[in-house]
Write a protein that binds this ligand. Sequence first.
Ligand code: URA
Length: 434
Amino acid sequence: MRAVEIIEKKRDKHELTQAEIEYFVQNYATGNIPDYQAAAWAMAVLLNGMTPQETTDLTLAIVASGETINLSQVVPVAVDKHSTGGVGDKTTLVVEPLVSACGLPVGKMSGRGLGFSGGTLDKMESIPGFRVNLTTEEFLHQLDTVGLVLAGQTADLAPADGKLYALRDVTGTVQSIPLIASSVMSKKIAGGAHAIVLDVKVGLGAFMQILADAHTLAQLMVDIAHLAGRKAVALISDMNQPLGHAVGNALEVKEAIETLQGGGPADFKAHCMEVAAHMLTLGGLSANKADALKLAGEALADGRAWKRFRELVIAQHGDVAYVDSPELLPKAKFIEVVSAPRGGYLAGIHARVVGETAVILGAGRAKKGDPIDHAVGIEIHRKVGDYLENGSPLFTLHADDEAILKEARLCLLNAHTWSDTPVEPLPLFYGVIE
Ligand code: URA
């Protein structure tokens, strides 16, 4: 078998066999196939697609490129969630302690932000001391003793995905449904979750911009999970405007803490409750969604979810004083409230522009390995459909550089669009694939 023949076959729109996919992935992971051939192959896949069978074979080949974790050693059922990436998406910070507090252990491997979309590890590292690099033994021990882990993916888990994802990021091949599905599902399968809730984002601030594509991606991921013997549900959720108000690492941690303590923005809280309810049902703790919502509502209201978050921070060596008093978290030098330049109904808050502005401020990284500033970010004060008076607070900028603050102000004012007539609020969800 030769790599070039596999590339040509995909270029010419033919279906690859399981053996060809395994050969390509294995040899790419071990360095026998160079990046330039993998880049050509990824572009051929992006342009010509893959059948569900090819995508499943690709997923399992990526899983086989590294070690797999057997969570059954420590817990009977482990649930996990995965978001395909968005702006202001701090759902994991609330949902994981909430579900764990209800009695379902959660061991999650998360990622870092890349481009306009944020990452859970960066957010948690706003808390001084918080360790995200755990060994497999530490991960399993904490899942057993605390019932909650939030760590980075170990280098040994689906290593072909790490390599391929970095390559896709710089070759314009991220936005491919089979490549996204295999990337996400290989990590979930290798990570050992028995039940997985997939949060597939759709809209201006998501990889999938069209609802039909989001549906296809969601269905494909659920099918792959089933073929791998896992339970899965996919929610299709809105990412046209940021989720909640805060965008930026420490700001998002603060908003998650507020939500865990019973406050927080209404849209974010409702989103978290829905995701948690699906996790509880899929994990077998609740008979149906109504029961699950009740269970999650109680764990939030009586402080158990917040208590579990504190336990997580302590277990991973974070300084709990910072979450007990979130005003201690990193703070930007310049904080400016920007007012609405006109009155009217908010017609749009372009999520991708908001995410890109957060990167300009320093909250995200333009390329892998760039340093980030945990303090900076944006607070969006209003949501699509809201009516505002001219001059009322529209957003707050948190910046460490005055020139960048000016640039960010302009970008964000342009990200807001207006209407003189009433505008429907955006839905939180567009569908569920069971
Ligand atoms: N998230 C992933 O893990 N992989 C992708 O390809 C896209 C989003």
